[in-house]
Design a binder for this molecule. Structure first.
Ligand code: IPM
Ligand code: MN
Length: 374
C-alpha cells in the first residue's frame, strides 16, 4: 500500500519521539512492502516562531491531502507562564481538531506485567486492566465562549453541548463496547448532580443505550470516577466522557500503565481523516536530552497502521513494544535509575521488527550505549 502521512512533530519532545515512530514505520514499510510518503508540517510554538500562526494554512491543506496525521506534542513554557499571550501553541491543535471534525479521542489504558512493580499503585489492583477512554474532543468548555471583562478581573468559559454531539459519541462508544474482545460495558462519566450539560449527556446516553440492549451501562460522577480509576480500575471497559473530564482522567489513568509516556491515542471524526498522537505533552524539560519515552508515539503509529487497514503490521509494532518492556528496556520516566535512551528504545523496536530475535540482542552492549545488535 502507498499512504500519505502528514507529520506534525510540534514542540518540546515532539520531534524526538516522532522520529522514532517514523523509524518504526519505515521498518514496517520495508518488511511488509508498503510505501509511506511523509510530509512534515508545522503546528504549535514552532509554527508561531516561524510564521506567527500556531496552525498555518499549509498545515491544514497538507492534512486534508493525507491519509492520516501523525502528531508529536504541543506547548512551550514561555506561553504557559504568560497568561497575557494572545497567540498560544495549543490553539493550533484545538483548531486542527475542530477544522477536521475530529470529534472523538480514543485512549486505551492497559498494563504491562513487567512494569507493575514500578507503579505507585498496588500490583493486585492494576494487573489485567484493560479499558478505553472515549473522550469527546470538539465541544464543551474547550470550545465555548471565553470572556475576560475590561478590568481583567472576571473571566468565564462556557460549557456547551448539543444532542448531536453527544449522540455520535455515544454511538461510537456503544458500538465499540459490542466488539468481540470487549466486555460490553459503557460507563458514562459526568457531573450530572451539578451540571446541566452533564444531565443532557445522561439523557441522551440513556436513549442511545436502549438501542444496544447487550451493553450494560453505568453512570458515574467524575469525582468518584477519579477515585475508582485508582482503587479499582478493572471495573471499566469503555469510559465515555466529555472533553475536559476526558483530558483529566486520561492523565490520571496513565499512572496505571506506569507512565504518561506510554499512552497512545487516536482522534477520529466525520471526515474520514484521523490524527494519532501520544497523550503526553511537550515535556520541555526533557527536550533534546534523548530521555523522553517514545512508546506513546510509537503505539500511536500502531493505531494509525490499524486505522489504515494494516492490522498485522500494527500488531507487529505492539509486539515489539511489549518485548522491549518485558526485557526491562524502559526510559527514565519509568525507571529513573536503570533507564535507556529514547533513541535506544526506538532502535530496539525497529531491530525487533526487522527480525533480530530477542536472543541475539546483547544487553551489555545496550547498557554501554553501544550497538543494540550483536
Ligand atoms: C491532550 C492535551 C491537549 C488537550 C492540550 C495540549 C490542548 O492535553 O491532548 O490531552 O487538553 O486536549
Ligand atoms: Mn491532556
Amino acid at each position: 500500500m502507498i499512504k500519505k502521512i502528514a507529520v506534525i512533530e510540534g514542540d518540546g519532545i515532539g520531534p524526538e519521539v516522532t522520529k522514532q515512530s517514523i523509524n518504526v514505520l519505515n521498518a514496517i514499510a520495508e518488511n511488509f512492502g508498503h510505501q509511506f510518503i511523509y510530509k512534515h508540517v508545522l503546528m504549535g510554538a514552532v509554527a508561531i516562531d516561524k510564521t506567527g500562526n500556531p496552525l498555518p494554512d499549509e498545515t491544514i491543506d497538507t492534512c486534508l491531502n493525507s491519509d492520516a496525521i501523525l502528531f508529536g506534542a504541543i506547548g512551550h513554557p514561555k506561553y504557559d507562564n504568560n497568561p497575557n499571550a494572545k497567540v498560544r501553541p495549543e490553539q493550533g491543535l484545538l483548531k486542527l481538531r475542530k477544522t477536521l471534525q475530529l470529534y472523538a479521542n480514543i485512549r486505551p489504558i492497559n498494563t504491562y506485567p513487567s512494569l507493575q512493580h514500578l507503579s505507585p499503585l498496588k500490583s493486585k489492583n492494576i494487573e489485567a486492566v484493560d479499558f478505553i477512554i472515549f473522550r469527546e474532543l470538539t465541544g464543551g468548555i474547550y470550545f465555548g465562549k471565553k470572556e475576560l471583562n475590561a478590568e481583567g478581573t472576571q473571566a468565564s468559559d462556557d460549557c456547551v453541548y448539543n444532542r448531536e454531539e453527544i449522540e455520535r459519541m455515544a454511538h461510537l462508544a456503544f458500538h465499540f463496547a459490542q466488539k468481540e474482545n470487549r466486555r460490553k460495558k459503557v460507563t458514562l462519566v459526568d457531573k450530572a448532580n451539578v451540571l446541566e450539560t452533564s444531565r443532557l449527556w445522561r439523557k441522551v446516553v440513556q436513549e442511545v443505550a436502549a438501542q444496544y440492549p447487550d451493553v450494560t451501562v453505568e453512570y458515574m460522577f467524575v469525582d468518584n470516577a477519579a477515585m475508582q480509576i485508582i482503587l479499582n480500575p478493572k471495573q471499566f471497559d469503555i469510559v465515555l466522557t466529555e472533553n475536559m473530564f476526558g483530558d483529566i482522567i486520561s492523565d490520571e489513568a496513565s499512572v496505571i500503565s506506569g507512565s504518561l509516556g506510554l499512552l497512545p491515542s487516536a482522534s477520529i471524526g466525520t471526515g474520514g481523516l484521523a490524527l494519532f498522537e501520544p497523550i503526553h505533552g511537550s515535556y520541555p524539560q526533557a527536550a533534546g536530552k534523548d530521555i523522553a519515552n517514545p512508546i506513546g508515539s510509537i503505539l500511536s503509529a500502531a493505531m494509525m497502521l490499524e486505522y489504515l487497514g494494516m492490522k498485522e503490521e500494527a500488531d507487529t509494532v505492539r509486539k515489539a513494544v511489549a518485548w522491549t518492556l518485558q526485557n526491562g528496556f524502559v526510559t527514565k520516566d519509568i525507571d529513573p535509575v536503570n533507564f535507556y535512551f529514547t533513541s535506544t528504545l526506538g532502535e530496539l523496536i525497529t531491530d525487533y521488527i526487522n527480525g533480530i530475535v530477542p536472543g541475539s540482542v546483547k544487553k551489555e552492549n545496550i547498557e554501554l550505549r553501544k550497538s543494540t545488535i550483536i
